[in-house]
Write a protein that binds this ligand. Sequence first.
Ligand SMILES: [Mn+2]
Length: 540
Amino acid sequence: MSKIYITGHRNPDLDTLCSACAYAKLKNQIDPDNEYIPVHCTPVSDTVKKQLQNFDLEIPMYKADVHPRVKDVMLNSATFAQADSPIYGLIQSYKEHSPSVLPLHYGKSFITLVSMDDISAFFMRDNMGEEPRYRFPVYNVAKTIPGKLVSEGKKQVIEGTLLAGAASKEAFAEFLDRNSKCIVFMGERSGNIDYAIKKQVPGIILTTINDDDELDIDFSEYEGMVYTTPLGTSEAIRRMRMVEPVIGIVRYKAETIQANDLFFDAKDIFGKSKSRGMAVMNDDEYAGFVTRRCFLNAPKTNIIMVDHNEAKQSIPGIEEANIVEIIDHHRLDALSTQLPIFIAAEPLGSTCTIVFQLYKKHGIKPDPVAAKYMLTGLLADTLILRSPTTTETDRKLALEMAELAGVKDITEFGTEMFSVVEGLAKQDPITKAQSDFKKYENGGTTMGVGQCEVVTLNDIDEYADNYLAALETIREVEELDWVTLMVTDVLTENSILLVTSSKHNRDLPYKQIRKNIYDMPGVMSRKKQLLPTLLSVTSS
Ligand SMILES: [Mn+2]
């Protein structure tokens, strides 16, 4: 099952959030093999939050970006080596897996990573110098050599060189007289065994002896370890070398990176390191590990874009993601894709209208919540079906959405939605004027055009002067020639235009109410009505 995130544009409005939520519900029904998750990629404004909460509609989850991260590729293998267990066990685990590194634990705590290089270095060391001396924990012998511990002896760790007791009694005695720090391996050769006991060698391993064989040897005076094994002497000696605990062969403390680090940053760091693996941490806590293989391919997040298609309006990291679908009603300026994808783009009043059509296409009846999401998005984007962007399709489908959502009166529902919007008098003029603000250049004039929706224009005198001053500040800060703000009453379908002083003001085809304030009855759309006028007066 893959996760597929559905995201709208930055600074999410209702159509963006509602189309993502409604489309996720549809996709989860028609494609249960994958999980579709609606998200938003920059904070939701207080007004939009209130509007959704007012209708008991959930705000989708926040996802700040889709850059691939270390946590997307790390291994958190159930296979790990215990620090005090024998090297023999570690090497056996290579039969099943062939990891270039394995995490080393002590109990439940992570210690470091043990690598293939550590194992090779161990065998190199064992075969490079003089006859090696070993230190073996008695508790590890039975984990490495099949057989039975007859006597633990007095020491927990035995230390010495390895000796096969294959020589004649005289030669063996002579050998032990020179060096008795030998762990001795032999069959049940009573003469040699008695002499090894007498010399108190650190350990005696009796070979070719089955667990139920009776031993006719008196070990009562002996202080070392006694072990019996059905293996032959040379095999027992070969295995004995791997009784050493794994911790003894680790040469370096593992380098670490953070789970949240960016994939490409980590790849760079890894590229400069000599390690085969790195430990991945969540702050100070061990989370998993990575090997070089983890960085062969960058993981890509699957994304469906709704209510936008341009990368610069989308979730950060979209260029590194895998776009699987686009559902939109804006001009097309999409990223190119590697594979063919599903695109539903139509010049309708809202993306929610397109999503509703997709429900119909798949023969799925939206549940009341999905229908309410879509009605909300549609009425918000079309200013309750009054904006000139509204099509016949929007009007027709709005009725069907309302029916499914249990909404009796569309206008009443839309009015309630906009009634949550606070009047301009109560808001910070500079922030509000720039909350939905677009810049244009025409005929040598640079201009900024903002739009705010309200539910009455009766209180305009309360805030007009403050907003005119704010527009002047914005004009200076943004280094523009002319700044305008269209305040639209979504209920009466009228707007008022506030402007900074400019030679173009006298060419505006609207009735001046007072200095820098104009009446625009019946004007609602910046895109379709105001902008063509501004472009025309700046062209002359
Ligand atoms: Mn939209």
